[in-house]
Design a protein around this ligand. Structure first.
Ligand SMILES: *Cc1c(COP(=O)(O)O)cnc(C)c1O
Length: 325
């Protein structure tokens, strides 16, 4: 039996998580509206608790756990790990985030500060994944993956509902794309209510696994490379169940950005919008500035997260560094 996400799942997710999240704040961007066609609105979702939209999917998953589960686990020290740690704490569910020895101390501490246990095993992500799977198989934990999961996709899709609620005549939406949970949920929520809305996905040139997979017609592996948009890194899974097909069916266009273009997006957000964004959060603005997507009459640009190392941010806005490192 194949699992599918329906509009009703997204609506139910919205009711479920509403009391636990910060609603989406949409506001016009005078600077972008002046430069590009039509009205451009920014969706300030980096204001979400834990600094990124991932709380929506994690919270929707945690609130639907089977009562006999021992707790939740994931292999992520990024925005998904943070979101899961926070959601589990809120729900009073034990949470173990698995990671390798190579994870920087500040990331590890950020996860602990949110109330999760951390489990460090080996020198690679693979070893951390083996430990997480062992927790599932032997200790009754539930794995919450970062994107390829119906409850996660439905949670992220609540952003699409809020966009359409607040801007009923939106015609173009620009969304970041990595594993595709975010864009799949949003595109489903929008297109099942208005099939004419254009949904555009933005990734970085360095290691865009979903874009390469769509080109190949099936999930493929792509070498992971350091990028300013670090929250958009990683594969889509060779056994991808949901997001590969949803991106194929619902996303109108995928564009890829260079590191310099992403840096320009971060700088524009800072100097023109007074907003601090991580690289992944800024790619929508960056895609417009690079001339790689065309705005509509009413365009929403999602700003998905703000969790960037501030020393690195300082270097980017001062043009001391726009490469990875
Ligand atoms: C995870 C993440 C994305 C991409 O979401 P996917 O569901 O993996 O496509 C975009 N922006 C930020 C800030 C993220 O943390």
């Amino acid at each position: 039996m194949s699992i599918r996400v329906q509009l009703d799942d997204i609506r139910a997710a919205h009711e479920r998580i509403r009391a636990h999240i910060i609603p989406l704040r949409l506001a016009p961007s005078p600077s972008l509206s002046e430069q590009f066609k039509g009205d451009i609105l920014l969706a300030h979702e980096y204001l979400q608790i834990t600094g990124a939209f991932k709380l929506r999917g994690a919270m929707n998953s945690v609130l639907q756990l089977k009562p006999d589960t021992s707790g939740v686990t994931a292999v992520s020290t990024g925005n998904h790990g943070r979101a899961l740690a926070y959601s589990a704490k809120q729900a009073g569910v034990p949470c173990i985030i698995c990671m390798s020895e190579l994870v920087p101390k500040n990331k590890l501490e950020a996860i602990r500060a949110l109330g999760a246990e951390t489990r460090i095993s080996g020198k690679s992500q693979d070893e951390a994944e083996i430990e997480a799977q062992r927790l599932v198989d032997e200790e009754g934990y539930t794995m919450i993956p970062p994107f390829d999961h119906q409850h996660v996709i439905a949670g992220q899709g609540t952003l699409g509902l809020e966009m359409l609620e607040q801007v009923p005549d939106v015609d173009t939406v620009i969304v970041q794309l990595s594993g595709g949970g975010l864009i799949s949920g949003i595109a489903l929520a929008l297109k099942l209510q208005n099939p004419d809305i254009r949904v555009i996905g933005v990734s970085m040139e360095l290691g865009a696994a979903m874009a390469a997979s769509q080109q190949a017609g099936k999930p493929i592996e792509v070498e992971e490379l350091p990028t300013l948009a670090d929250s958009l890194g990683g594969g889509i899974g060779l056994d991808n169940q949901l997001t590969f097909n949803m991106v194929r069916d619902y996303v109108d266009q995928i564009v890829l950005l260079s590191e310099a273009e992403i840096a320009a997006g971060i700088r524009h957000a800072y100097y023109q919008e007074q907003v601090i964004l991580e690289g992944g959060g800024a790619v929508g603005i960056a895609a417009l500035l690079a001339g790689k997507v065309e705005s509509g009459n009413k365009t929403i640009v999602l700003l998905s997260g703000k969790n960037i190392d501030m020393e690195r941010h300082r270097k980017i806005i001062n043009r001391e560094d726009y490469q990875h490192g």
